[in-house]
Write a protein that binds this ligand. Structure first.
Ligand code: GLN
Ligand code: ZN
Length: 769
């Protein structure tokens, strides 16, 4: 086929779409079902209607081939676990008794049975349920959901393509089942799993599928030769099946690297590749592999993870290049649209000029359709769309919002010295010791205290106008008083104000920074029925006025003990927001860091001698490929240091991260040059303390001795035991005593008891030194 006919055949498609509906109907129906207010039938019909609406919308918008099977009551990886029959032993009775209730039991656990573990889906903020597989796992095909959803879409007269998690990715995402050897490799089950996929594919074929999509995003990560070999085998075997739809193997979130030639050579009929900037290397690699002669290429040129409009002209030129490399080129988003909100047009409070720069799932779908049309019929067929797009891009590029000269000049003038404390750690530590006069094994908390129902009511009352700002602030002050007096009474050494004024640790700051945007309806699925509304880093960032100083100084006015200032770090601000795509991430991080630097300096000027800058997201935005990590860690650690290096040597900078595994970023943690770091450690018996020690970490650390993820109260003896373990790795002069994380999700009774025990433990162990 010549490239001309390849162009003429260009079609628009997507791999998946937001599941929740315009008014989060799915969330409401599922939560109603859990509470017994919605019947299973009502839930099923709400779900079916949402699927129908989505397909109709996609088809009306001009999408030629709609996805099926991407819908989920909770998570598509859990759906795959059901599809291959890998139900964990402990959930089998529940699943046999009632498939739907058993499904939710695996997702959420029950009174008696623990749920599957949840973890991040690659480097997105979506979380999936981790399959548990062992040497005894027996797979059996359960094709009902996939077949039913395909049948529904076909019944609407649409061309539909089932989308499945591919077998290699499914196994690579799994962990050893309880009872299996800890070093069990789920990938060794491939030969057992493939016959189940063969059955699924045969059933889909029988139900009318011309194509099926197998998603293999795990292949964009660094893979061993053995893993690549498994991928090769998987697609050789599936390709050799006779009773199957045509296969489209999809990759996204990054470049395929060494896996690209493997998949290009496989005996499947199509390949879907990410061609956004981060995965641009795919283009050259595809050409180097000899293209996809005789095959279908689905080109992910519209970014499925950001919320910005596409540069249509640029995408058309990429698509033009791709025409020479495959038999047929179709147009898609780089990944499922699950990771973006539904419809930018629903936003009422965003400046109409800025609104034109935004593309959520609905707008991205329109872009895909335009691109497919432009590719098939020539740019003349889409001149209107192209000129509107050019105007919108120009408005964004030329806007004072994205170009604040003062912010730009300041960021450009940053020197290496700005991101370094004025004295080395050892000298700072001496100055801080003298200034703060803390005992050995000082006690503190991570920042938040219980976010009580009263606090949420106060915020709601402020929103609805039932109380005014002054009334709201009185309530916040009363809460701070209570938190401070509790800590004093309990004998905690470094106090916090408790963060009662914060709805969320990122949103609170985003609302006060110029250049940040909030959305009204920009919900994206985080996990199950939990949706988040990340703020948007839309323009150049600056801080018009102090954000936290008054609350911290108010708390300080109530006590003679040091009150720790509390801020969210630049990397976490980026990680939990939608970021700009018109400048490098490092540049955005630097702007945020400078705004935070002003806040840190203002806190110090107001008399705050201990300031904590939280970076819980430092590890989660680690690039998928090891080769990309040094560059990320360089700007990330620089941004942290930039925000914290403007203070005097005797001002103590703390940071906090909440995970127990950080072996791969221990050097980066060192590079933050924070005086004190607190980390999650209670469940792993102070493992992090040993890791820091073996790295030679020279500064102070507070491995958590209180697991705040459960209402359980640790006894003083238990906390003392953890401290003694910690002391084997970290000397007493550098060991802090604190919980694993903030207390906002806890209730007051267990918080009180746990912190009293924590202080008692510190006193006991101090006595033993
Ligand atoms: N200071 C924050 C709190 O205590 C930290 C939260 C976090 O680490 N996620 O709530
Ligand atoms: Zn934490």
């Amino acid at each position: 086929m010549t490239s001309k006919s390849a162009a003429a055949a260009a079609r628009a498609t997507v791999y998946g779409y937001p599941r929740q509906g315009h008014h989060r109907e799915l969330k409401k129906a599922i939560e109603g079902y859990w509470k017994g207010r919605v019947t299973a039938d009502a839930l099923r019909s709400t779900a079916a209607e949402l699927r129908r609406n989505t397909w109709r919308h996609l088809a009306d918008a001009g999408v030629h081939e709609v996805p099926t099977g991407d819908f989920s009551y909770y998570d598509h990886v859990l759906d795959t676990t059901v599809m291959v029959g890998a139900i964990p032993e402990r959930h089998r009775d529940a699943v046999d008794a009632d498939a739907l209730d058993g499904y939710f039991a695996m997702a959420r656990g029950t009174q008696d049975v623990a749920p599957l573990e949840m973890t991040k889906w690659f480097d997105t903020n979506y979380h999936y349920l981790v399959p548990e597989l062992g040497p005894d796992t027996v797979f059996t095909a359960n094709t009902a959901k996939q077949v039913a959803e395909l049948t529904e879409a076909l019944a609407l007269g649409l061309t539909a393509r089932p989308v499945l998690v591919g077998p290699v990715t499914y196994l690579l995402l799994a962990k050893p089942a309880p009872g299996a050897p800890a070093d069990f490799e789920p990938l060794t089950l491939l030969d057992r799993l493939l016959p189940v996929y063969a059955e699924v594919l045969a059933d889909l074929r029988a139900a009318g599928a011309e194509w099926a999509q197998l998603d293999e995003p795990a292949l964009v990560q660094d893979r061993t030769p053995a893993e690549l070999n498994a991928a090769e085998r998987a697609y050789r075997d599936l390709g050799a099946l006779t009773d199957r739809p045509k296969l489209l193997v999809a990759s996204y979130f990054d470049r395929l690297g060494d896996a690209l030639p493997v998949l290009a050579k496989a005996s499947v009929e199509g390949l879907a590749l990410d061609f956004t900037e981060a995965a641009a290397a795919n283009l050259e690699a595809l050409a180097a592999a000899g293209g996809l002669p005789g095959k279908r290429l689905v080109a992910g040129v519209v970014n499925g993870r950001n919320i910005w409009i596409n540069d249509l002209q640029k995408s058309l030129s990429t698509l033009g290049t791709l025409l020479g490399l495959a038999d047929r080129v179709d147009v898609a988003a780089s990944c499922s649209l699950l990771h973006v909100p539904l419809d930018a047009a629903a936003e009422r409070d965003i400046d109409p000029q800025i609104l034109r720069w935004l593309a959520f799932a609905k707008q991205k779908t329109a872009e895909i359709v335009t691109l497919a049309k432009g590719l098939a019929q020539g740019t003349d067929a889409v001149t209107g769309e192209l000129s509107a797009n050019r105007a919108d891009l120009a408005s964004r590029a030329g806007s004072p919002i994205t170009n604040d000269p003062a912010v730009r000049a300041r960021a450009a003038a940053v020197t290496d010295a700005d991101a370094r404390r004025s004295q080395p750690y050892a000298e700072r530590a001496a100055a801080q010791r003298a200034g703060l006069g803390l005992p050995l094994l000082p006690t503190t908390t991570i920042g938040s205290f219980p976010q009580t129902a009263e606090l949420r009511v106060a915020r709601a009352d402020l929103r609805t106008g039932r109380i005014d700002t002054a009334g709201y602030e009185e309530r916040i002050k009363a809460e701070i008083q209570e938190v401070v007096s509790f800590q004093e009474k309990t004998g905690i050494d470094v106090l916090v104000h408790g963060e009662p004024e914060r709805n969320d640790m990122v949103q609170y700051f985003a609302e006060q920074l110029t250049g940040y945007l909030a959305t009204q309806h920009g919900w994206v699925q985080s996990y199950g029925t939990r949706y988040v509304r990340p703020p948007v880093l839309a323009g150049d960032i600056s801080r018009p006025e102090p954000m936290t100083v008054r609350w911290t100084t108010y708390a300080q006015s109530l006590t003679d003990r040091p009150v720790k200032g509390m801020l969210t770090g630049p990397v976490t601000m980026l990680a939990w927001s939608f970021v700009r795509d018109d400048q490098p991430l490092g540049d955005t991080a630097r702007q945020v860091a400078l705004a935070l630097r002003d806040e840190v300096n203002d806190l110090e000027a107001a008399g705050t001698s201990v300031i904590q800058v939280d970076e819980p997201a430092l590890r989660e935005t680690l690039p998928l490929r090891a080769a990309d990590r040094p560059a990320y860690l360089a700007w990330a650690t620089e941004a942290f240091r930039l925000s914290t290096s403007g203070v005097r040597p005797d001002t103590q900078i703390h940071t906090h991260m909440c995970y127990a595994e950080f072996g791969d970023i221990v050097q980066a943690i060192d590079d933050l040059d924070a005086d004190v770091i607190s980390l999650e450690a209670a469940r792993s018996h102070m493992q992090v303390a040993r890791e820091l020690a073996s790295h030679g970490y020279p500064r102070e650390a507070g491995p958590g001795v209180y697991d705040i993820h459960s209402p359980r109260v640790p006894s003083a003896e238990e906390a003392a035991g953890l401290l003694r373990t910690g002391l084997k790795a970290i000397p007493a002069e550098r060991l802090w005593v604190n919980p694993d994380c903030g207390l906002k999700t806890r209730g007051w009774p267990e918080t009180r008891a746990s912190l009293e025990n924590l202080v008692a433990a510190a006193r006991t162990v101090r006595g033993e030194l």
